[in-house]
Structures are given as structure tokens and as C-alpha cells.
Write a protein that binds this ligand. Sequence first.
Ligand code: C2E
Ligand code: MG
Ligand code: MG
Length: 338
Amino acid sequence: MIHPVSIMDREIAASASFGACLAPRDSSNSSELLRKSDLALHRAKKNGKGSIQFFRAAMDSELLETTGLARDLREAIAGDGLHLHFQPQVDLVTGRVVGFESLARWTHAEKGNISPGRFIPIAEQSGLICDLGIWVLKASCREAKRWLIAGHPRRHVSVNVSAEQIRQPDFVAAVERVLLETELPPSLLCLELTESVFAESSSREVQRILESLQGLGVHLALDDFGTGYSSLSYLQNLPFVKVKIDRSFVSGIDRDGQKREMLAGIIKLVHALDMLTVAEGSESESEVRVLMELGIDQVQGFALGRPSAANMAIDQADKLDREFRAKFVAAVRQKSVA
Ligand code: C2E
Ligand code: MG
Ligand code: MG
């Protein structure tokens, strides 16, 4: 419990995190002790504010592993060692695949596939996220333009953007440059941002950047809604066209009445703000049917398609376009008639 103190007529709530190590157990050398307590402090801060951590030998080996991965990731970004997977996003009214989320993939030469859950935080901590982000943006726009040229239906590509990228002064110009270079119509690019974007920047600054992006003609989606601050003022004031509702609010809605009520409330709120709702991570067909009944606009989840390489993703999407209505719409109609 933090007790605020009053300093010069202002209430200040201060918290402290501690990192500690023991001499002589961990070392007898002062700079080594400082380094180890600093490592422990880093872990304490990561675990949430106001905690204390003692140094453990595993922290040193983890640091070594992370530093090695960061070095290999740098090479992978520079040498086209990353690739993309695309996951379909399906409009539940038309039953058509309206776009794909592009997801970064990394196959390490020795360690095999490393998940984004592992390498994106490393990229963020080691300052590589901007180079990685630009690589993903370019490759995604290039791919979407290829689909257009090949005569496939107009489908957008959604690209994840980290908070650190948004803070770069040249981010908007970089997006504009990629659009010009790849000749992708801006309306076919959607940028997905999580609420972490608001954590360290002033809301006015974020608003200015998002409005500039909107000015380019790209669409903006709020990703993982419900997991961060979920401040409703963001939704009201910022130019998002879509809200992606986190998987934790979606999984199990076919079995959990309370969850269904909660999701219905979120959908109502987002619709009242004139934005589209996208349900993330729906894994079963019965969940998709409930999502249709609740009036969700779009769904992205394993039930409709897993992320896959570009060519496979297109084939998967064309098949979904052909089969979705027969599979889901007829079933929902039958249920409502009964
Ligand atoms: P995200 O942006 O929320 O992406 C959706 C994640 O949910 C993907 O995980 C996707 O494979 C997974 N997913 C989709 N449907 C289902 C489902 O039905 N069930 C389950 N269990 N999972 C499902 P992935 O590819 O592992 O990516 C994880 C996160 O890594 C992404 O979450 C995003 O935050 C980040 N990420 C991935 N690629 C990039 C990138 O290029 N740039 C940045 N900044 N972040 C990225
Ligand atoms: Mg996303
Ligand atoms: Mg998400």
C-alpha cells in the first residue's frame, strides 16, 4: 500500500523497487556486487513496481542467452532471416476474408523456431524493434500489393506496431515512404497498436501522431483491448476504426454466460463509438456462432484459420470465402428458426 505524501501542496505517491545481492556469497568484488544487484533490480522492476529481488545465478545465464539472441536477431533482420505469416480476419456479416494480420516469424539457425512472445520483447529491450518493425511493414505492404496485382479480392494487411516505434520522430514519414515505395493503397494498410502506446507518452502527443497516420489514409486498430489500461477516453478521442477484443474475453463464451454478457457490453460500447469490433483468438466453431449472435463484426482465430505463409494464407482465405456462409450462416439461421 503506497501512502501519498504532500510536497509543496502536491500529493506524491512514490514507490521503490529493490535489487539486492549478498557478499561474499555472490562476490567480494564491489563492481561485481553492483552489477549483480542491478540485474536483480531489473528483474524486480519487471515483476511490477514495489518489489524486491535477490540476485540468482540463473539471472546471469538468462542475460547471456538474451544478449546472444539479440545479436542473432540483429543479423536476422539485416539478412532477411525473418519471415511473415498471415492470419485471416473474417467479416461475419458477409462471410468474407477482409484482410490478414501479418505476424513476424523467426527460425533460428540452431535453436529453431522462436516465438514472437520471446523475440519481440528482446527486440524492444535491445533497440532493434524499429528496424524489425520497418522490415515487417515493408514486407507486409509488398505482399499485399502482390495480392492486388494478382487479382485477388481487395484485402487489407494489418501490421503490429510497438510503442517504441510510435515514439520515433520519423515514424509517420517512414510509413508514408513504405506506402509510396510499395504502391499499396493506404486504405489497405491497418496498423495495430496496443494500449502500451499510452504508457509513456503524453496523450496529446499520441493523438497528434495517430491523426497524422490517419491523414495518410491508413486505418488504425486498438489491439488486445481489455488487457491494458482500457481507459475509455482513448477510445473516444483517438482515431481508431477497429477495436480488437483480447482472446481472454472470447475464449469459452460458448460455455460461460457471464463472459457472454461482458462481451455483449464491450461490443455495445465500441459500436456506440462508431468503431468495428474484432474478436481475437476464437478457437472453436461454436464460439464463432456465439460471436455472430452477439453482433461482432470480424473474427480472427484458429477456428477460421491459423497464421500461415502468404500463398497458403491466400488459398485458405479463398476456401473460407466459398464455404463460410454455408457452414456458419445456415447454422445460425436454423438455430434462430428453431
Ligand atoms: P497479437 O498482435 O495480438 O497477434 C495475435 C496472436 O494471437 C498471434 O500470436 C496469433 O498467432 C495468436 N492467435 C490467433 N488466433 C488464435 C487462437 O485462436 N488461439 C490462440 N491461442 N492464439 C491465437 P503470435 O504470432 O505468437 O504473436 C504474438 C504477439 O507478438 C502478437 O500478438 C504481437 O503482439 C506480437 N507480434 C507478432 N508479430 C509482430 C510484429 O511484427 N511486430 C510487433 N511489434 N509485434 C509483433
Ligand atoms: Mg495484433
Ligand atoms: Mg492481439
